[in-house]
Write a protein that binds this ligand. Structure first.
Ligand code: PLP
Length: 405
């Protein structure tokens, strides 16, 4: 399909593509009216040729940047060799990736179940927690987000996601993130697992404190409950460490990851600690889980993150970003929070309208950002973003929030 004209009252290529998605898509998503066609590093382009600094990373996926050459090469090579090798067989890429995950995960996490998304990783963690403990209850946190499949949704706080689908899985309970008394009361003899995010992402970018997280870990250990950390959004360098657990020296029993694991190729994983124990054959599985294509992409992506020391880069650039955002003198900004390159601006009003303003190209470049809840603007740029682009983002955010939306 080619463009039929420009925006001056005529139908553009973007208009046509938007109409196609709106007509034939599920209609489930709130969308910005931009058709993204390609990217490089921290920049993406739309079908009309406009350039954007991408502070969404496809919801925290593109940590190594768009069209990362190392990932492109690994995927192309693997595509030409072997795309599928079911889990009933062994595979070279899968074997190497499993060993790599055991090497980079927090201490004690040595075995991994591979799947295809964050929600699937969380589902697997719940099933394995029930199996390992013989208990059924799960405690999760208010403002937490763990996915949209029935089990993961049962642990997700936002009522807007949950209520249309009730009744959900029984045995789930929410406690306030950060409140030790409440979690102490909630974790009992029937509690299979506690699940939480080290930095709550979708819930508004709220980093947990080391003291709270350690005490939850200890409480779980005392009571025979498994401690599951959801690093789907925070994993693979985003927060300034390979995993956010490392900021506090946490030793969870399971760690769920997805999003950035494979340089943009869909993949999820649950990394398992010793308290999960030996698992019976056939109780869980996935056709696409651990397919050689995604494994090759993940190997290339992990290598790129380590060789470029992207976690340190995220820590340094995150500090630069947050310091500059805190320096913006705008009554609309209530607070700037974050860890590394997961950054939230808590506004005094709704954040949504500001995203469209930010996306408008100025000097040929727009900025793409996310919300996290209704009043938080969330910035999740690729970890390869340049300092100049960080400064451009700050200048655009300052202009938009001081202009009042
Ligand atoms: C912390 C967390 N867990 C789980 C998920 C679900 O991941 P997916 O959308 O890949 O199912 C998300 C997605 O945003 C997430 O941020």
């Amino acid at each position: 399909m080619t463009a039929r004209g420009t925006a001056n009252g005529r139908v553009t290529l973007s208009d046509e593509l938007i109409a196609l998605e709106d007509t034939y898509g599920s209609g489930l998503y709130v969308k910005q009216p931009l058709v993204l066609t390609h990217g490089e590093g921290a920049r993406v382009w739309d079908a009309d040729g406009n350039t954007y600094i991408d502070c969404t990373s496809g919801h925290g996926v593109a940590n190594v940047g768009h069209a990362n050459p190392a990932v492109v090469k690994a995927v192309a090579n693997q595509m030409a060799r072997l795309v599928t090798a079911a889990n009933g067989f062994y595979n070279d890429q899968r074997a190497e990736l499993l060993a790599e995950l055991a090497r980079i995960a927090p201490p004690g996490l040595k075995r991994t179940f591979l799947c295809n998304s964050g929600a699937e990783a969380v589902e697997a963690a719940f099933k394995l927690a029930r199996l390992a403990t013989g208990r059924s209850r799960i405690v999760s946190t208010m403002r937490g987000f763990h996915g949209r499949t029935m089990g993961a949704l049962s642990a997700t706080w936002n009522k807007g996601y949950r209520e249309p689908f009730e009744p959900l899985v029984p045995g789930f309970e929410f406690v306030p993130h950060g409140n030790l008394d409440r979690i102490d009361q909630a974790v009992g003899r029937e509690t299979a697992a506690v699940i939480l995010e080290v930095v709550q992402g979708e819930g508004g970018v709220h980093p947990g404190t080391g003291d709270y997280l350690h005490r939850v870990e200890a409480l779980c250990a005392e009571r025979g409950t498994l401690f599951i950390v959801d690093e789907v959004q925070t994993g693979f360098g985003r927060t300034g460490r390979m995993f956010a657990c490392e900021h506090h020296g946490l030793r969870p029993d399971m760690m769920c990851v997805a999003k950035a694991i494979a340089g943009g190729v869909p993949m999820g994983a649950v990394v398992l600690g010793p308290r999960v124990g030996a698992l019976p054959k056939r109780v869980h599985g996935s056709t696409f889980g651990g397919n050689p294509l995604a494994c090759a992409a993940a190997l290339a992506s992990i290598r790129f993150i380590e060789e470029g020391d992207l976690p340190s880069r995220a820590a340094r650039l995150g500090q630069r970003l947050m310091t500059a955002l805190r320096g913006i003198n705008a009554p609309l900004i209530r607070e700037v929070r974050g860890l590394g390159l997961i950054v939230g601006l808590q506004l005094k009003g709704r954040a949504g309208p500001y995203l469209a303003k930010l996306a408008e190209p100025v000097d040929g470049v727009g900025v793409l950002a996310l919300t996290a809840g209704s009043t938080v603007m969330r910035l999740l740029p690729p970890l390869v973003i340049s300092e100049e682009d960080i400064d451009r983002v700050v200048a655009r955010v300052a202009a938009v929030v001081t202009a009042g939306g």
